[in-house]
Write a protein that binds this ligand. Structure first.
Ligand code: ZN
Length: 289
């Protein structure tokens, strides 16, 4: 398998979020000839939505995803309604940014009004997720904003996402219909024995003839040992994920989108010169993914 086209590299802004504000990141992408970006809502809010949209447009960056919506489960109706309203705002912002999808981190066990987990009802949480995405779809589908369910590694099932496999995400897509797809993040799904099969399933839709559900592809690496559940992701090539193999499966599934580097790294990459980080992303994307 040859090296990936460098034009397909996209930067999830979490990768340098500790060093730069969003306008700096946009300028950094331009400086390093990185053509895609995936910004986070808090960074967009801090810099101003319209201002960010204009800068991204001027820099001719493709917005490979908007991070993020979701967090549906809650023990009380008021919190669920608040999540619903906030997710609609996220759809509106994603539209303003011309994002290719709104990424959904769906939420874990139901939380109370104070934001603390207040239930052990995992099955109920998954029903709330299905219902929450279904309701949001009624808003997002006519607006033309695809929703991308991101299955997260099962270590996050309690507090971040109770959708943990591609199979579960595919099942939700089957149930909910058009307008919803999947963000495949190598970090979250690399271990799954059914990964190839489920990528193929996502590529063809339920019937094998439908349009692809593969809406985004996030890359980084799994370090051994991993010292933090959230903020110890590795740069491509520094860990144990066979990224070229995974890319071949995505390509085989007809995925033609960009490869979004998303690295949370409190003790390494977040401490480095951000220009060095972007330069390294480019080299490792070419050589190790
Ligand atoms: Zn991701």
């Amino acid at each position: 398998m040859g090296a990936p086209d460098e034009k397909l590299l996209s930067l999830n802004t979490a990768t340098v979020r500790q060093q730069w504000q969003l306008p700096d990141i946009i300028a950094g992408c331009a400086r390093h000839s990185i053509r895609g970006i995936a910004p986070w809502r808090d960074q967009v809010a801090a810099a101003g939505l319209k201002e960010v949209a204009a800068r991204i447009r001027d820099s001719e960056l493709t917005v490979t995803g908007y991070c993020r919506g979701g967090m549906f489960p809650a023990t009380d109706g008021a919190s669920r309604r608040a999540a619903r309203d906030d997710n609609k705002r996220a759809v509106d912002e994603a539209l303003t940014l011309s994002a290719q999808c709104l990424v959904l981190v769906v939420g874990g066990l139901p939380k109370n009004r104070e934001g603390r987990i207040d239930s052990k009802d995992l099955l109920g949480a998954r029903e709330m997720v299905r219902d929450g995405i279904g309701e949001l779809l009624e808003y997002a589908r006519p607006a033309g904003m695809p929703l991308a369910i991101e299955p997260l590694h099962p270590m996050y099932a309690a507090d971040r996402a109770c959708v943990n496999t591609m199979e579960h995400a595919n099942d939700l897509c089957d149930e909910l219909g058009a307008g919803v797809g999947i963000a495949v993040d190598a970090y979250h799904v690399w271990w799954d024995p059914h990964l190839k099969r489920e990528i193929e399933r996502a590529a063809g839709g339920a019937s094998g003839k439908g349009t692809s559900r593969l809406l985004a592809y996030h890359i980084c690496d799994w370090l051994v040992p991993t010292t933090d559940l959230l903020t110890d992701r590795g740069m491509m090539g520094d860990g144990v994920i066979d990224l070229p193999l995974l890319r071949s499966w995505m390509d085989g599934g007809g995925y033609r989108g960009m490869h979004e580097v998303e690295i949370f790294s409190a003790n390494n990459w977040w401490k480095r010169d951000p220009d060095e980080v972007l330069a390294t992303c480019k080299v490792r994307h070419r050589d190790c993914s």
